[in-house]
Design a protein around this ligand. Structure first.
Ligand SMILES: [Zn+2]
Length: 292
């Protein structure tokens, strides 16, 4: 696959993780270790797909296009997205999604990322079924895909779409890019006995400054005896995800993250909040930075 090719650009998308890109490369070049591929190399195994009640031979086409799980998932996203299933080849099917004409840059982004996420989650469900013996329901897989899509969208565009489901999300992205959604954002106090720490690193998007601010905050809390039962609010989604181990910590802040984990010690809850609900911390951080 040439770096300049269309497929290459879809697969090595900057918003996708490396393992997902590598998986897609193997899928599109039919190099996933499935029963039919192993059979072609002389490994004769009793072949049985793990996605259907009715037994079928596992193949690329079956797993990603025709199986019960995959059909349900594609229909869930495709029926609202305006795509009907009428092709017989995985690659053609995926290209159909990637080339779907759309009206906005954000929607184009969604349709670039989504087919890959769908394939990735179908593969994960398949591996869970094969190696752990637990079969996931289509609704579970759809929810997992939808949540990951929303997270990626948020990191890319910095918008929190309060869409509860896929049709609503699509409507928000597609039809009403300038629509105003009223959502009350304010700071909420904790119940008695719990302490809330709001942090702000005064640098948009840089998890390093946020991590330093958090570490300082935790140290201050510990000195004052508020160590346990603490709720930390940050408007940095990146930092929150790092602390929840949902994404990898950049090496430059490994030391801070390590110290934070030590101080937090499992009794600390990390919550993401809107910037508007973090105003006091934001103002203080700005005051702090002007006095350096
Ligand atoms: Zn099947």
């Amino acid at each position: 696959m040439k770096p300049s090719s269309f497929l290459f650009r879809q697969i090595w998308h900057s918003s996708l993780s490396l393992k997902v890109s590598i998986f897609m490369l193997r899928l599109l070049s039919n190099r996933l270790s499935m029963d039919n591929v192993l059979a072609a190399h002389g490994f004769q195994l009793p072949s049985k797909c793990s996605c259907c009640l009715v037994s079928s031979t596992e193949s690329l086409r079956h797993l990603f296009l025709e199986g019960e799980l995959t059909t349900a998932v594609w229909q869930f996203f495709g029926s609202v997205g305006g795509l009907a299933m009428n092709v017989g080849h995985v690659r053609v099917w995926l290209i159909g999604w990637w080339l779907k004409p759309v009206r906005s840059e954000k929607l184009q982004f969604v349709f670039q990322i989504l087919p890959t996420l769908i394939c990735w989650h179908i593969w994960k469900a398949r591996c869970t079924a094969v190696f752990q013996g637990s079969v996931q329901r289509p609704t579970e897989v759809c929810q997992a895909i939808f949540h990951e899509l929303k997270d990626i969208f948020l990191l890319k565009f910095g918008e929190v779409h309060r869409a509860l489901d896929w049709p609503m999300f699509l409507e928000l992205v597609e039809c009403r890019p300038d629509a105003v959604f009223v959502h009350q954002v304010r700071w909420f106090a904790q119940s008695i006995g719990r302490v809330k720490l709001n942090i702000d690193g005064c640098s948009k998007g840089d998890p390093g400054a946020e991590a330093k601010a958090l570490l300082l905050g935790l140290q201050m809390c510990a000195q004052r005896g508020f160590g346990g039962n603490l709720v930390v609010e940050t408007d940095s989604l990146m930092l929150q995800r790092i602390l929840l181990k949902q994404c990898q910590s950049p090496w430059s802040i490994n030391v801070e993250v390590g110290k934070i984990e030590l101080l937090a010690g499992g009794s600390c809850q990390f919550v993401h909040c809107y910037r508007e609900a973090n105003k006091v911390a934001d103002v203080l951080a700005n005051v702090g930075s002007t006095h350096h």
